[in-house]
Design a protein around this ligand. Sequence first.
Ligand code: ZN
Length: 365
Amino acid sequence: MEKQRKPNYTSERDAADFAALRKDVQNVVKALAPQRRREIYLKAVLFPFMYICTYVLLLTYGNIKWILFATYISLGLLLVIIFLNNIHDAVHKTIFQSNQWNRWYVYLFDLMGANSYVWKLRHVRFHHNYPNVQDWDTDIEQSSLLSVFPNDTPRWYHRYQHIYLPVIYPFYLLNWLLVRDFKDYFNKKKTIWKLIEIPAIEYFKLFFFKLFFLLYLILIPYWVLNWSIWVIISGFLSMIFTASIFSLIVLLSPHANIYADFPVTDESMELPDSWSVHMLKTTNDIIGQNFVTRFLMGNFNYHVAHHLFPNINHAYYPEITVKVMEYAERYDLPYKRFTLWSSLKNHYKLLKKNGTVDNLFEETM
Ligand SMILES: [Zn+2]
């Protein structure tokens, strides 16, 4: 049930050109598929298997302190690796041919602490349809402590956000897992309620999986190992901090920086650009291709290709990006890419700019 008017894109002036790009991209996929599909399935099994093995290691050898922390930190790294390579693709239905299989696979995310029902909505319905659009991009909308959009309600403390945010970023996942998911379920003013009603069964699943997550990561290690609850909680927090920093480095760099556009709708909910141009203006790639970016980070740095072709698995993005770059150059469209370091610096600059006194003053006048 749709409850509110959604933002509209202008029609594609270049519809035929984009259709030609789509055709090129489909041919790229067809040529690479036989060999790439093996890698996709391998990752779908290997990383969750490594997560389980690491957990067994934690319970078996966790009485040795360095192993306790090393296994918790590894679980944090694996959580993000599984998210980037498997869950993110499953939510876009690109791991298996069968939709049902992809849907089942996404429950892995619930087992790792995040509510998949609400994340799927936030990510697919809101973030992918309206990246960087205020009040519609739920992936970027976080907490009032953070001002990313130029038209955010200004608060006095935002002028210090470039100082305090890097300090609280390690708590990002703790907030997501233990606060933000619950807010989305219980606060009907949250953005996701613009388009849906949450069915009762999802409330049950929310509590069931959150309790399961805390049970196997805190209570069971506490029962099995000879540590005080505080040592176990410190181990758990080291997992969360590792995962938060790793995931934010990956998630912040393609959208939330000073060179990205934050388009606004006019009174009749019209956005200034066509869908494909909007994706190019709001998204950038991160330069780099090696084993880590390809195999462990799910080609997430090829983010423009992901936004233009979300229904294609990440395994094909490097080759697709070559086509996208040619396309952007041919039609003089704004394709952007930065090194990881400059992209993170550009995020820092955005925080600083949105918090400047001038900005605050202007907005409150
Ligand atoms: Zn996505």
